[in-house]
Design a binder for this molecule. Sequence first.
Ligand code: NAD
Length: 366
Amino acid sequence: MIFETLDTFGHEQVVFCHNKDAGLKAIIAIHNTVLGPALGGTRMWPYASEAEALNDVLRLSRGMTFKNAVAGLNIGGGKAVIIGDPAKDKSEALFRAFGQFVDSLGGRYITAEDVGIDVNDMEYVYRETQYVTGVHQIHGGSGDPSPFTAYGALQGLMATLNKKFGNEDVGKYSYAVQGLGHVGMEYVKLLKERGAKIFVTDINKALVDKAVSEYGAEAVGLDEIYDVAADVYSPCALGGTVNEKTLPRFKFKVICGAANNQLSTDAIGDEVVKRGILYAPDYAVNAGGVMNVALELDGYNRERAMRMMRTIYHNLSRIYEISDRDGIPTYRAADRLAEERISVIGKLKLPMGRSQPRFQGRIRGQ
Ligand code: NAD
């Protein structure tokens, strides 16, 4: 049953990690290491069943393969889940035991933070293994990725405007921004600097007030955001907000934002095309976060990170070319770009039969 699933999704390796004394039950899924070591965060969640945890880690690790490949990184896809309640079940022993399992993979899997895990938890993981990113800046970590994610999303937006309207003048268009958290507020700031008209919403009123007073945005209600007569819808909060209930209300011409999993289903992705709306695939637009942590592997450098964010423009342009070339929706074209890159790069043979280089571990204390 499990091997059948692995066959279907194409996973290389799945590791079940158990340490009774530390109370650890975790699963590490390595989906694909053709481009390089598998990188993806660890999620801690009180899964209702082990099957649910397995399903989640298989799905998420596969998603990381596509995201990392489209981002142009020499990094494969992986993910880990720890079964437990982040509010109750965290301990030093649990994270150190988990770190030992990550270490045992010798660099095939590199971890980072995800839902339920913070930089303090990663400190414990880091005591047991070097194969970890998203550690504190004093260890050479990259810190909060959100400003990079927002700047990367702006690059994706410019490529998308260019495709839709034939110019990339951000200030000429109007935006409905949902979510003013770490990424959303920074994104609003970047839009404002370019003279754009901005509508905003958030469940947190203080953040809405800030966007209104500092960036001249116009506040709209939580549900009203879907009816705004703006050119671009920028989801920067939750996933699944482009769905059968919201889409019929859209007057937007473009969907481009930083949230993960914006389309509720593939069928909705097809419907978006029918309505003449250009969708900028979310995982290509929000790749700034993963680019930022991936740079930690070489020794982190902010200049380089900013330069790398600009490549998101070209990644989106390439996706639109593939969409036109193959007559497929953009969300499918993003997957195809990933598959093509993995296939082409996978065929490159290194001289003298050397195998794929493996991450040798972070330089301690860097
Ligand atoms: P965040 O938690 O800082 O911000 C999310 C904001 O959305 C919060 O202010 C919250 O109040 C608001 N919100 C929640 N539900 C809402 C609703 N129904 N309507 C309006 N607002 C609502 O998160 P973030 O780090 O800014 O990330 C935003 C999105 O971008 C997430 O989907 C995340 O997965 C994705 N993302 C973030 C990064 C990053 O670097 N932080 C990288 C890649 C993807």
